[in-house]
Every structure is written in structure tokens, then in C-alpha cells.
Design a protein around this ligand. Structure first.
Ligand code: AMP
Length: 210
């Protein structure tokens, strides 16, 4: 049983890597970004509150997101562990999470800002299943390999918003690196590795921590 956090700036590959690890370990991936985007498209009360923050590349208020995660980790499929992708993003969220569940490992995907800007602006996603792609790897394909849905660019992946998301990351989320390092839970991975090599590195790291 392992409760895992994927930490890292937007575009570091948290979504891609957490989906791979989720399949390998048979534990759910919980993406707060995907949950919020679903709430926005269904126009739920949470979605209506979150939309303006998301469109601006700002963080949604802690109370909203903590409530969402509290309900999600209570679900049955989280009994044998879970992977949090995109949560926590502030020290207040990390403290709240610490009260909810024990955390066993924090994987920090470390990627320089120049690379992130290129990745985010070339990113395309499946609006149905959330699978992420990059134009450089799509070789002209325009639909999701999983379910055939036409891929889209997220509104907040446009160049103007990408810079404000990186700024928010450095101000609000980067302090979590030290927070989890102090707890002895942080393992940083990144720099010059391929997508497949990073997955292997993460799985090896998690095995050693289990
Ligand atoms: P993501 O897909 O993880 O990049 O999230 C997209 C957007 O959803 C972010 O830019 C925030 O506006 C919002 N969001 C997702 N997760 C959180 C979180 N843990 N705390 C606050 N806002 C969040």
C-alpha cells in the first residue's frame, strides 16, 4: 500500500508519468487538474467557482481543492494507495493532506523552465480521457490513441498563460520540495532522460521506498 505524490512544475510530465505508474502499480491516479476540468465542463458549483482561476493560470483556493481531494481519497479504489498528480500545490494543501492520509513517497520531476515552455505550448490532450500528447511525437496525428477523440489544446497551455503558471509554481509550489525533503520523502528525478527512462527510474525508486 503506497500513497504517492508527483511533484513538479506544469509540463514536467506528472500526468504522463503518473498514468504509467498508476497502470503498473494498479492504484488510481488522482489529477486535481482533470477533476477541475471535468467540473468546469459539467458546470458544477465547484467548476463555476474554479473556472476564472484556471483560465488565468492561477491556483484555485485551497478550501475548494482540499474538499475535492478529501472526498476522492475516501473512495474505495484508494484503499491500496493512490497517486496524486497536481496536488498538493501549496504548503497549506500539504498540511491538510498530512491530516487526511499518510504519504509514503514524493517523486519530484525536475525540469528547467526553458524545456517546460516548449513542452506546454506543444502539448495536446484528449478532452475525454485526459491522455497527454506533444505535437513533436504525434507525427501529424490529431486524435487520441486510446479512444479516437480529436485532441485539443488546453486554454491554459497558450503562451501567455504558461508564463504565469510557471511563476505561480515557483512562488507557491516549489517550497514543497524543501517541505517533503525535510520529511525524508522526496526523490528528485529528471534531466536528460527519455520518457521511458524516467518511468523506469520512478518505478525503481518507489520499489526501494516500499
Ligand atoms: P493541472 O492540470 O494540474 O496543470 O491544473 C490545471 C489548473 O487547475 C491549475 O493551473 C490550477 O488553476 C488548477 N489546479 C489544479 N490542481 C490544483 C491545486 N492542487 N491547487 C490549486 N489549483 C489547482
Amino acid at each position: 500500500m503506497m500513497n504517492i505524490i508527483f511533484l513538479g512544475p506544469p509540463g514536467a510530465g506528472k500526468g504522463t508519468q503518473s498514468q504509467i505508474v498508476s497502470q503498473r502499480l494498479s492504484i488510481p491516479q488522482i489529477s486535481t487538474g482533470d477533476m477541475l476540468r471535468a467540473a468546469v465542463s459539467q458546470k458544477t458549483p465547484t467548476g463555476l467557482k474554479a473556472k476564472a482561476y484556471m483560465d488565468a493560470g492561477e491556483l484555485v483556493p485551497d478550501e475548494i481543492i482540499i474538499d475535492l481531494v478529501r472526498e476522492r481519497v475516501d473512495e474505495d479504489d484508494c484503499r491500496n494507495g493512490f497517486i496524486l498528480d497536481g496536488f498538493p500545490r501549496t504548503v497549506a494543501q500539504a498540511r491538510a493532506l498530512g491530516q487526511l492520509r499518510p504519504i509514503h513517497a514524493v517523486i519530484n520531476l525536475d525540469v528547467p523552465d526553458e524545456v517546460l515552455v516548449k513542452r506546454l505550448s506543444g502539448r495536446r490532450v484528449c478532452p475525454v480521457c485526459g491522455a497527454p500528447y506533444h505535437v513533436d511525437r504525434l507525427k501529424g496525428a490529431t486524435t487520441c490513441q486510446v479512444d479516437g477523440t480529436p485532441l485539443v489544446q488546453r486554454a491554459d497551455d497558450r503562451a501567455e498563460t504558461v508564463l504565469s503558471r510557471l511563476k505561480v509554481y515557483h512562488e507557491k509550489t516549489a517550497p514543497l520540495v524543501a517541505y517533503y525533503e525535510e520529511q525524508g520523502l522526496l526523490r528528485s528525478i529528471g534531466g536528460g532522460l527519455s520518457l521511458e527512462e524516467i518511468s523506469e527510474e520512478i518505478l525503481k525508486t518507489l520499489e526501494a521506498m516500499a
